[in-house]
Design a protein around this ligand. Structure first.
Ligand code: FES
Length: 293
């Protein structure tokens, strides 16, 4: 599985995880907390005592004997015709409040807000990742790219005098160079899966080198006079097979897998990169002339 596919799956998984987290947090049921109770504060108690005193005085004024609650019940019934309400003692009574009456606590509000913001952030990240990768899903760098007729490319890269003129393919960010499959044996590619179009009789094979310098990623231009690639950033040098020759580069130039279509076209799979260690034995001479640096 290619790195791009793994990345896409990772992004999709993160998005699904975020959506699931938001759903679970937003719709979770709070644990049973039992009845919600509360104490009246001092001010409320003072007001309540004053009200009771006033009612008692009203009862006394009506000529009834002392005994506030009984008198009050009759008085209220007389006045309103409604059933008397038994007053709760605020000092000892706790009143149960339903969850609906109690509403959403401040802590619940902030928890859900944070979860929502986090979920939205993850969703945005997932969408941005997909948007970034969308061109690759439709083709382009990171996918197999057909770069045209193998016969034509052979003619372009291998000149009549035996010298090499690499072909730069911008869409694939690659240099196409000749490389005979017979050269693999005994080279730094021996034993590895080296992507090369097999030689066709006297015709040479082809290899696609990533234009990116393996030191710090500068674009490496060709140097026809020396017959190699020479990096202008820090001076790394490679021969025309991308084998390390000089400078701080830690390995040979990277290369892409290549295949041939039934119609004889060259396809560079820019999603499959092959890395190889610095060449101890090289398959082509370098330099063959003055350096460009
Ligand atoms: S980036 Fe090429 S030598 Fe440093």
């Amino acid at each position: 599985m290619s790195a791009t596919a793994i990345f896409i799956i990772g992004i999709a998984a993160a998005g699904l995880l975020a959506a699931a987290a938001v759903f679970v947090i937003a719709f979770r049921r709070e644990p049973e907390a039992g009845p919600l109770v509360g104490e009246l504060d001092r001010e409320a108690l003072k007001l309540d005592r004053a009200a009771r005193r006033e009612r008692a005085e009203r009862a006394a004024a009506l000529g009834e004997a002392a005994g506030g609650v009984a008198v009050l019940e009759r008085t209220e019934e007389d006045l309103t015709g409604a059933a008397p309400v038994e007053l709760a003692d605020p000092l000892t009574e706790r009143v149960e409040v339903s969850e609906a009456e109690f509403g959403v606590t401040r802590r619940m509000f902030f928890n859900r807000s944070l979860a929502g913001i986090f979920g939205i952030f993850l969703l945005q990240f997932a969408v941005a990742g997909l948007a970034f990768l969308w061109p690759k899903l439709k083709g382009g760098f990171g996918t197999p790219i057909n770069v045209g007729s193998i016969a034509d490319i052979r003619r372009q890269v291998l000149l009549g005098d035996g010298s090499i003129q690499p072909l730069f393919v911008a869409a694939a960010q690659a240099w196409v160079v000749p490389f005979a499959a017979d050269d693999v044996a005994g080279s730094s590619f021996d034993g590895l899966t080296v992507p090369v179009i097999a030689s066709d009789g006297p015709e040479t094979g082809l290899m696609a080198l990533w234009q990116r310098c393996v030191h710090l990623g500068c674009r490496v231009p060709e140097c026809l006079s020396s017959q190699g690639f020479e990096c202008p950033c820090h001076g790394s040098k490679y021969n025309f097979h991308g084998e390390y020759r000089d400078g701080p580069a830690p390995r040979n130039m990277d290369r892409f897998a290549v295949t041939a279509t039934d119609g004889g076209d060259l396809v560079i799979d820019t999603g499959t990169v092959v890395q190889t260690a610095r060449a101890k034995v090289t398959t082509i001479a370098y330099p063959q002339g003055p350096s460009c640096l």
